[in-house]
Design a protein around this ligand. Structure first.
Ligand SMILES: [Zn+2]
Length: 239
């Protein structure tokens, strides 16, 4: 009697384990089945492209800022990280110059001033990693509160820089309510030092109250990141 009960108990345990195993497999299949389309937005033109994404400023250099604690270095870091995430999903190779709130000057002490060292380090990373393009992300500020919109500046060193700037500006126009302002040749250290297609993306003005409010919104930062990604995709699909 006791033996039969014992057998019965084992059987129930086995059956419970069996059904739990089946349940686990069904749930796994559902999870995997749902995950596959999300994890595979593979873009052939992007596969293996090395893209240096540079959030401007950092550390003791806040970049543009206001009296209320809005700092360019924080806004651009989040946008840059979002761009890198999208690039990684597309099977590109994103290189993020800084992952946190720090400056880059210790990487490149050859330049005389800390500011120059900081800038030189960023473009050095792009060269050292044999990047295909360099995209530095910034936020603008001017004296006039009415000025707004994105501006993309390109390097005169490489003709492809202008096409890259145009692709990104075109994509920004689709998401920014104030549109993209313009594409301009830029006379800036990182652009002049770049030996690869290079652009500075000024995503908007914190000196314009409406645009500042947008730039403080995570969903808007994500939309800007998606636009920069689409601009990069258009650039590589056209090359
Ligand atoms: Zn800046």
């Amino acid at each position: 009697m006791s033996r039969r009960i014992s057998v019965l108990v084992i059987t129930r345990k086995t059956a419970g384990g069996f059904f739990l195993g089946i349940l686990f497999l069904i749930l796994s299949a559902l999870v995997v089945g749902r995950a596959i389309p999300v994890l595979a937005p593979l873009h052939p033109a992007m596969v293996g492209k090395v893209i240096t994404v540079d959030p401007g400023h950092g550390g003791i250099d806040p970049g543009s800022h206001d009296d209320g604690g809005v700092l360019e270095k924080d806004i651009v870091l989040e946008i840059a990280k979002n761009v890198c995430y999208l690039l990684a999903r597309a099977r590109a190779v994103p290189i993020l110059t800084r992952h946190g709130d720090w400056e880059m000057s210790p990487i490149w002490p050859e330049e005389k001033t800390r500011h120059r060292q900081d800038l030189a380090a960023r473009i050095h990373i792009a060269h050292r990693t044999n990047s295909d393009v360099f995209v530095s992300i910034h936020v603008n500020k001017v004296g006039s509160a009415s000025t707004r919109g994105a501006i993309v500046l390109y390097s005169k060193n490489k003709p492809e820089s202008k096409r890259l700037a145009t692709c990104i500006q075109q994509a920004l126009k689709d998401v920014a309510p104030f549109g993209g302002q313009s594409v301009l040749e830029g006379d800036y250290y990182v652009l002049n030092a770049a030996r690869l297609p290079a652009v500075i993306v000024e995503v908007g003005f914190i000196s314009n109250p409406d645009e500042k409010q947008l730039l403080l919104t995570p969903t808007y930062r994500q939309r800007l990141a998606e636009a920069i990604f689409r601009g990069l995709l258009a650039f590589f699909e056209g090359s």
